[in-house]
Design a protein around this ligand. Structure first.
Ligand SMILES: NC(=O)c1ccc[n+]([C@@H]2O[C@H](COP(=O)([O-])OP(=O)(O)OC[C@H]3O[C@@H](n4cnc5c(N)ncnc54)[C@H](OP(=O)(O)O)[C@@H]3O)[C@@H](O)[C@H]2O)c1
Length: 289
């Protein structure tokens, strides 16, 4: 079962899917094996990505299933070759449109999407700065994942820290978190900068914040910024080509895949709480069967 920050957002209200209500099975995507099927083209033993929810067995409509190849390790089907990888790929390349030599900043940089965004931006020849919580995560980004620099957003004045770390300004900001981190990045954006609005994990857990990023609307005008929201499915027509390129980068050792696999159905609630608290490095998932 894939653990996603969005699991929490679905409990807050309607998003790109309808809101979860008390008493519903907790929703969530999973890598699953077909055990029984009356649908043409699906036979027992087939692997699929399915919205099974948090349960060991699920009866789901064949229409909502994506068949998957059997490759090793299977966990990559939920990380780099799953929603996380495609979100990083399309959000960065289609919305961020980075050019070699530009500065790219990504938040939740040690997470599932963030680790991949930073590495893809490096492959494209950019200077890459990650924003993450804590010195340990920041060290990992530069030491093991090839980021040029990392900034701990919990350590103080992020706007000032980004100014020091990105002396040429930010050309592309890949926003996974919204809120104060978005505000700090917007003030450091260059003329004609692009913001790929991927998610707002800082807003998913708890009451709505009292205000949004401050001083920003005028700044968007004068800097001629483009802020583009996207949902990964928007780009699924190009999915096969994207997966082929991601696979080549993994095979060539250019893309390091970090995964965080927990065990057992009982681990699921704690795994989501921990994800929102920043326990994970890379793609968090729970193996339940
Ligand atoms: N648009 C799409 O199609 C799409 C698809 C998939 C995911 N997403 C979005 O992508 C983002 C990343 O999701 P993910 O599932 O890959 O999770 P993730 O990045 O693996 O984990 C979430 C991370 O967010 C950080 N975080 C939590 N609260 C924060 C806060 N208040 N401020 C800053 N950072 C905070 C934590 O790291 P720290 O220790 O660094 O705080 C945590 O590890 C989410 O916003 C998600 O909704 C969007």
């Amino acid at each position: 079962v894939s653990l996603d920050a969005a699991n929490r957002a679905w409990m807050q209200g309607a998003t790109y899917r309808s809101a979860l209500k008390a008493g519903d099975v907790m929703a969530g995507g999973a890598l699953a094996e077909v055990v029984e099927s009356r649908a043409p083209g699906l036979t027992p033993g087939d692997l699929v990505f399915a919205d099974t929810g948090w349960q060991e067995w699920a009866a789901v409509s064949a229409r909502g299933l994506s068949p998957l190849p059997r490759l090793e390790p299977l966990t990559h089907l939920l990380s780099v070759f799953g929603v996380a990888g495609l979100t990083a790929y399309f959000g960065l390349l289609e919305c961020g449109r980075p050019k070699a030599g530009e500065t790219v900043v990504v938040s939740a940089a040690a997470g599932s999407v963030g680790t991949l965004v930073g590495q893809i931006a490096k492959i494209k020849g950019c200077k890459v700065v990650g924003v993450a919580g804590g010195a340990e995560k920041c060290a990992l980004l530069t030491r093991e994942l090839g980021f040029d620099a990392a900034v701990d957003y919990k350590a103080g004045d992020l706007r000032r820290a980004l100014r020091a770390t990105c002396p040429d300004g930010i050309d592309v900001y890949f926003d996974n978190v919204g809120g104060d981190v978005l505000e700090a990045c917007l003030f450091n954006m260059n003329l004609h900068g692009r913001v790929a609005c991927c998610g707002a994990v800082s807003q998913y857990d708890g009451a709505a914040p009292p205000h949004g990023p401050r001083g920003v609307p005028g700044l968007i005008v004068t800097k001629r910024l483009t802020l583009q929201g996207f949902v990964v499915m928007d780009f699924y027509a190009k999915r096969d080509a994207a997966l082929a390129e991601l696979k080549a980068w993994v095979d060539e050792g250019k893309l390091v895949v970090r995964e965080d696999v927990l065990e057992g159905l009982e681990a699921l609630p704690g795994a989501l709480v921990g994800l929102l608290a920043g326990e994970n490095i890379g793609k968090r998932m729970v193996r339940i069967a």
